[in-house]
Write a protein that binds this ligand. Structure first.
Ligand code: B12
Ligand code: SF4
Ligand code: SF4
Length: 321
């Protein structure tokens, strides 16, 4: 029986690699009481800011079997989005975070995940499986840690010793029983580079990000009608969609591996956008230019709000010189 579980786990891992995932690991579908307490503490500290959707479906975060009672295994995959370009710094341009340079991962990863689900059906034709790529009440980083595809860095993202942290996570919950992996050790050691580099001190303690201070939250998740507070806008460092600073400084990202997905490369080679272009952009141009791009999430109004905050902060700085 144990041999079957190991053989089947191997088949699943080979299918994941064949589908293009650089990382794959398997965890047992079980309740996660310790992680849930940490999650609740994070919520009660108010670190989720206006993302109230995180307060819902908490029973599913406490025990993944509340999503699928017959679940036996949780397969976690990681897919690199790293490309070798960088951001040039210029006062008239806004930086876009690396994950958003190309096509939205929500568009690209589901087809690859289906390839793995096909193999699960071959193993057990009656099996049931559900997948998530940032699409439901599943704490993906916690499952990635449990499945051993990496450790949680002090900036709170998952890091792999083989490919660094520039990768997306996908999760498949399945009724197929498979041999599971163990978490790996934490390789952050005494390093605190990410905490020191964060311009808004959003990494309030190792492993804990206060989203209400994080540029990624303010430039992507905060609704366009909410103004960016001045203590944040004064530290935007030209970021207008997401923020990569804590990962840019992480020594483990020298091990990044270039993505095999052509659509993750920067559209038109652009990693920044001209601020004036955004301020004068019409809705039709925005819809056309950012079709199937993560930038759609913030809407044109959100992107313009970000640029306005940045310009305002630049003006304040000029006046003080
Ligand atoms: C909400 C959210 C955000 C929020 C909150 C960020 C955060 N740190 O959680 C905001 C909008 C700020 C955000 C930003 C980003 N995000 Co985001 N986000 C999510 C989302 C939807 C949920 C994450 C969540 O549940 N957070 C809640 C907190 C409580 O979770 P946590 O950080 O894991 O906190 C735990 C630790 O603090 C732990 N803990 C406490 N003490 C200790 C001590 C030790 C020793 C340890 C090990 C742990 C530990 O306990 C907590 C609870 O379990 C996930 C997708 C998903 N469904 O899971 C994507 C996800 C985490 N995001 C992702 C990405 C790519 C980003 C950005 C890099 C995008 C960008 N460039 O701008 C930034 C990174 C900012 C950062 N430093 O975290 C990826 C991360 C991939 C990876 N390799 O890890 C995910 C997994 C999406 C995906 N499917 O790929 N994000
Ligand atoms: S994404 Fe930027 S603002 Fe958020 S924790 Fe990392 S460095 Fe700080
Ligand atoms: S920068 Fe240093 S402390 Fe932060 S996640 Fe990377 S290794 Fe860990």
């Amino acid at each position: 029986m144990q041999v079957d579980l190991s053989l089947n786990a191997e088949r699943v891992k080979q299918a994941a690699k064949k589908a293009g995932f650089e990382l794959v690991g398997i965890a047992k579908a079980e309740s996660t009481p310790e992680e849930y307490i940490q999650f609740e503490e994070w919520l009660s500290a108010g670190y989720h800011a206006t993302m109230t959707y995180l307060e819902r479906n908490t029973e599913k975060r406490k025990d993944i079997r509340a999503i699928m009672p017959e679940a036996k295994s949780v397969i976690v995959v990681g897919r690199s989005y790293y490309t070798p370009q960088n951001h040039e710094h210029s006062d008239d341009r806004g930086k876009i975070s690396r994950y958003a340079w190309g096509t939205d991962y929500h568009e690209l990863l589901p087809d690859n995940i289906q390839e793995i689900i096909k193999v699960l059906h071959t193993i057990h034709p009656d099996s049931t499986s559900k997948w998530y790529v940032d699409t439901g009440p599943v704490s993906e980083k916690q499952w990635a840690r449990k499945a051993g595809i990496g450790w949680q860095g002090k900036h709170s993202n998952i890091i792999s010793r083989d490919i660094g942290s520039w990768f997306f996570i996908g999760v498949i919950i399945t009724s197929v029983e498979l041999a599971h992996d163990q978490p790996i050790q934490d390789y952050c050691g005494t390093c605190t580079a990410c905490m020191e580099a964060c311009p808004t001190a959003a990494i309030v303690e190792p492993y804990t990000v206060d989203a209400g201070k994080c540029l990624s939250y303010w430039t992507i998740e905060a609704k366009p009608e909410i103004s960016i507070p001045s203590e944040i806008s004064q530290n935007m460092d030209q970021w207008i969609f997401g923020c990569d600073i804590c990962q840019d400084v992480c020594p483990w990202n020298s091990f990044s591996k270039e993505t095999t997905i052509a659509e993750f490369h920067p559209r038109h080679g652009q990693t920044t956008l001209l601020l004036n272009d955004i301020m004068s952009m019409e809705q039709s141009e925005f819809s056309d230019r950012f079709r199937k791009s993560p930038l759609k999430r913030t809407k044109l109004a959100g992107l313009q709000r970000n640029v306005e905050a940045l310009l305002h902060a630049q003006k304040d700085t000029d006046e003080h010189i």
